[in-house]
Design a protein around this ligand. Sequence first.
Ligand code: ADP
Length: 864
Amino acid sequence: MAEGTPMMQQYHRIKDELPDCILFFRLGDFYEMFNEDARTAARELDLALTTRDRTRPPEEQTPMCGVPYHAYEGYVAKLLSKGYKVAICEQMEDPALAKGLVQRDVLRIITPGTVLEKSMLEERKPNYLAAVYLTEETGVTCFADLSTGEFLAAEFPGAEAPDHLVNELVRYAPSEVLLNDAAAADSAIRELLTKRMKCMCQTADFFGSAESDDFFRQHFGASGTDSAPLRAAAGALLTYLHRTQKTELSYIDTLTKYTAGSYMELDWQTRRNLELTETLRSGEKKGSLLWVLDRTRTSMGGRLLRAWLGKPLLNPASIKGRLNAVAELADDAVARGEVRETLKQVGDMERLISRVVYGSAGARDLNALAASAGTLPELKSLLQPMKSGLLRRIGDMDALEALRGQVTEIIGDDPPVTVREGGMIRRGYSPEVDRLRDLTENARGAVAAIEQKERERTGVKKLKVGYNKVFGYYIEMPRSQSETVPEDYIRKQTLVNGERFVTEELKNLESQLLTARDRLNELEYRIFKDLSDTVAAMAPTVRETAERVAELDALASLAETAVLNGYCLPEVDLSGVIDIRDGRHPVVEQMLTDGVFVANDARLDAGGERALIITGPNMAGKSTYMRQTALIVLMAQIGSFVPARSAHIGIADRIFTRIGASDDLAAGQSTFMVEMMEVADILKNATKSSLIILDEVGRGTSTYDGMSIARAVLEFCADPRKLGARTMFATHYHELTELEQTLPGVKNLNTAVKKRGEEVIFLRRIVPGGADRSYGVEVAKLAGVPEPVIRRARAVLLELEKHAAPIALEASEDAPEPEEGQLSLGSLGAEQAMDRLRDLDINTLTPLEAMNILFELKKLMREE
Ligand code: ADP
């Protein structure tokens, strides 16, 4: 195809406007791509690259490739996942009717944050587009979920704005982010977006532009209370939505603002460490807190519960509101069962109504909405006797009877997917639809009826109605009977044996039949469209009801989990006390395949014993104990029952965790550096009301350095004149246990172990006092380190313990003599091995490290 053809000129005109998109250019039944787009798409989508102008020399040919229009979703999804945007250019008129070049226009630009196609959205996950706006004084984040119409914004004034923005981005996990220049230049934000989050990022220059201000006013009114930065961010998001969606987006009409104090802020590490929605290792939902808690029955409920997990509440009254609702549902098994059974029949009303407003819903979607609405009276009556204020408020929802009434009256039971081919409107609703449908369905019957009538009228039995392509429908009479032809017959054709006529009625029938199908389809579409518009106008009510249903689903899910897993109702207040009796780790107890989970108490008091030092061997359960405490606090603050016999939770404004050697190879930083950055972050941001979990701080450096840092950090956290926050601190530095004596508010705990001969058994019980030793050698043994090495390690350890400081060890007299066939530690390699062993700090060895060292040692032996 020559570059100069009118169509290619049209293509270039459109493409030039969209240099950063792959242009899907509709040509009949295909979306075609040309030139560079074609090369990219062919490569990324595994498509054959062709050309239409084969007769030309290769350098003049236009590369092209295409995808069938009905299968575009899969291809677009793949391109989005590879970081491209796709512009969909449609034919704006029927090519068969177009005079000259078919008019074409870009209807939509699909980007990761603006997809609406069901196949590209995860049912139980929201899909956010974000805008991040940073100035020297303040920062704003804004999030929109086009699939539900949700629109959120929060402003964080002050120098710490970038940190807050990072935490908000992590909280909402957007799939696409727009940034102003300052936000894009900020190192914390850039690091998060480029290294940790998988999302499309772009800087935009329309923050605060006149256009963005207009859009803000158009959607949210001229609210004088919103700050200029907030308007700039929200306006930029709207501008982008308009530029990509090219429709009016009127359903985005509510701006939900929240502030720093609305929810508990959770940083990226804590969210990850606590494995709230996915596991650290595999990133799967299974094994996360959400996996344990989520027994929701609807996609909306699933999305809401996920959101709750990311937004623990801070206000005791709101938390109690949820807890009371969960308690009432937990207590009433029958009502809970019925509520959950009914919820099963509710569709994704939030996304359905958005599709209706957006104009992409079909008759099936309307039916799904109506069917969902059909369950609401039942839900309302189930909630009616409930006492919880929240449940009563939910029960107060609009049951959408008007919507259901209209949709069921108009749309038939099993409409097709398409909206232009009829078959949607219920019989009995529109006499005209019924007539046209009868006509098309009973064309033969109508012809027969006319034939019968004309036979009777003329008394000619041989009269018949026929059809041919040239004349259409006709009445044929035998020639012999031509004198009986009525006056209104119009002669059309004379044959040897007969004559053919038409009548007005027959002509009418013919034109009706020929156009009936078109008319029927058109009329059905019009009725459907009117109905869609009516339903779209109900969107605010539908959305409000949908929100309440989602809330009910999330609450019922929490209640169901509470009952099934034996959780208790926590008491929540601002006392600063955490008092958990027989607490369990909600996930570990579910994952445990052998043995039972050992419950433990935990008590922390901001005004008293606020810092717990936990010592004990590796694998004994220290980190499980600390995480479970954090999780129980977090669960209570989302309004969930908790895995414990009883729990008193003094609300935490934030939870911080620094757990394990989270090696951050992706970020290219040393483990120790990362650890210290995390610690710095905690010490800067924590308050007296925070809960801090620190696991083996200082581990990544040499013993003395590490211990000094650990001690200083612990002192800072525990001391009420400094931070004075509730702190749990697991450490291998037994020396730190002395702090119990010197620092008020510090208490030692350790993980009880039982020694049977040379074996250790972890009892998983947390008991008062410091651990006497680490049992590193025993753990190495448990891990399968061979006996000779274990034996030797014991000897070395014994020797070390005799001397206060590490000393140069000779092969000890005490060491057991090597048995026949065993390694002899006497030669060069052995000496190196000895050196290696000597340098070992067994106290801080993990089993895996022990294994690695063992390999090393073996290698040295082989080098003999
Ligand atoms: P540490 O932090 O002391 O090295 P972890 O907390 O990682 O030890 O615990 C190691 C393993 O022990 C966990 O993966 C879990 O399977 C098991 N465990 C920990 N605590 C308990 C408990 N209270 N009851 C039963 N098993 C536990």
